[in-house]
Design a protein around this ligand. Structure first.
Ligand SMILES: Cc1ncc(COP(=O)(O)O)c(C=O)c1O
Length: 375
């Protein structure tokens, strides 16, 4: 369908394909006339917010008639203490997605380039294209590599040139689940020129602790060009409230703050995130549930002959070895929503988030039935 105002749009917006989110259960239920569907499509936390965050959400609601503290002082100072940085190094976002877009707005124009890996998180290409900058996509590791379809540091370095302003790295990456080890990532960050901003997206960091993945925040002091991006959407269970943040050199934070909307995080979001940050028990319970979920999904899907990629996040990428669309439809008919990833150039794959133990059993059973019916 053509848009009659297409030619009036800014160059980066022309031809831009919007992000496709996971299908909401209500939509599927409306379409198919079913009830009781489950969604394992957006890497959300099946436990939702923890008790501290829930209490803070209720308490903060009374203040919703007022604008939030535009500086987000309380949350930023708690984040600064947690990460042992100065408050001036913390930038809040309406989800980490907002922070990624702020970075693109701040550092990219049509004369410049941004580098990211093939199969990297879908928001990078959108943010880069919208800015009018040129994307240089580094080939991913091959599918027979121990980290199939993952970031290839040599390929990423080879794409960096005099016009590169930003490099996006996701560790672990979505939708692949794959990761770079501390040694690989550190050498990559060291090899990137100091006048290129390195955006290290650690949205799934909390799940990866103990799996041998590095904590990029430890390198901030040595690399003023490094920006570490985190979120409250995943292990903290606050995806619906939209709170994320960047840790960076204070001068980078000062630039981001120039374009940041003054009230980009809500009253309720600020309060919930501050409470969630201290609820270590809830994060620990989330991570433990996820570990069991990853193991169960892996063994259940492998038993059905499905190839499952390694994952240090809260989802697995499955290689069905055949077109995934009919399987996805068969799963939906059984009330199970997972994520097709054809938009990433992976038409034979599906991404499945870990759920509760019951949800994990349900997706495995639905997959068994879908394959049995020849989907
Ligand atoms: C790698 C990565 N970065 C960032 C985000 C954005 O999350 P949010 O905007 O909810 O913080 C996601 C969401 O799925 C993600 O997978």
């Amino acid at each position: 369908m053509s848009n009659r105002f297409e030619s009036l749009a800014a160059p980066g917006i022309r031809g831009l394909v919007p992000y496709v989110p996971g299908k909401p259960p209500e939509e599927l239920e409306r379409e198919l006339g079913i009830t009781g569907s489950i969604k394992l499509a957006s890497n959300e936390n099946p436990l939702g917010p923890g008790p501290h965050a829930r209490a803070a959400i209720v308490a903060a609601a009374a203040g919703a008639g007022m604008y939030p503290d535009g500086s987000g002082h309380v949350l930023r100072s708690r984040l600064a203490r947690r990460h042992r940085v100065a408050i001036g190094q913390v930038t809040l976002g309406n989800g980490s997605n907002d922070v990624l877009v702020l970075l693109a707005e701040t550092f990219l124009t049509p004369e410049f380039e941004a580098v990211y890996s093939q199969y990297a998180f879908a928001v990078y290409p959108i943010a880069v294209q919208a800015s009018g900058a040129r994307a240089r996509v580094a080939a991913a590791r091959p599918s027979d590599h121990p980290m199939p379809l993952g970031h290839d540091p040599a390929a990423i370095l080879a794409m960096i040139g005099p016009r590169t302003r930003l490099v996006f790295l996701a560790n672990p990456n979505n939708p692949t689940g794959t990761w770079l080890t501390g040694t690989e990532l550190r050498s990559l960050v060291r090899a990137i020129p100091p006048d290129v901003i390195v955006v290290l997206d650690e949205a799934y960091h909390e799940y990866s602790i103990g799996e041998g993945l590095p904590d990029g925040t430890a390198w901030l002091a040595d690399h003023p060009n490094l920006v570490v991006v985190r979120t409250f959407s995943k292990a903290y269970g606050l995806a619906g409230l939209r709170v994320g943040y960047a840790l960076s050199h204070p001068d980078v934070a000062e630039l981001l703050n120039r374009v940041r909307q003054p009230f980009n995080v809500s009253v309720v979001g600020l309060a919930a995130a501050a409470a969630a940050l201290d609820d270590r028990e809830h994060v620990a319970a989330t991570v433990a549930l996820n570990r069991q979920g990853l193991q169960r999904l892996r063994e259940g899907l492998l038993a059905l002959g499905i190839k499952v990629l390694p994952s240090a996040a809260n989802f697995v990428l499955c290689d069905l070895g055949r077109p995934a669309a009919p399987v996805n439809e068969a799963l939906q008919r059984r009330g199970v929503i997972v994520r097709p990833v054809a938009n990433y150039g992976l038409p034979d794959h599906l991404r499945i988030s870990t759920g509760t133990a019951a949800q994990n059993e349900r997706v495995i059973e639905a997959m068994r039935a879908a394959l049995a019916e020849g989907a």
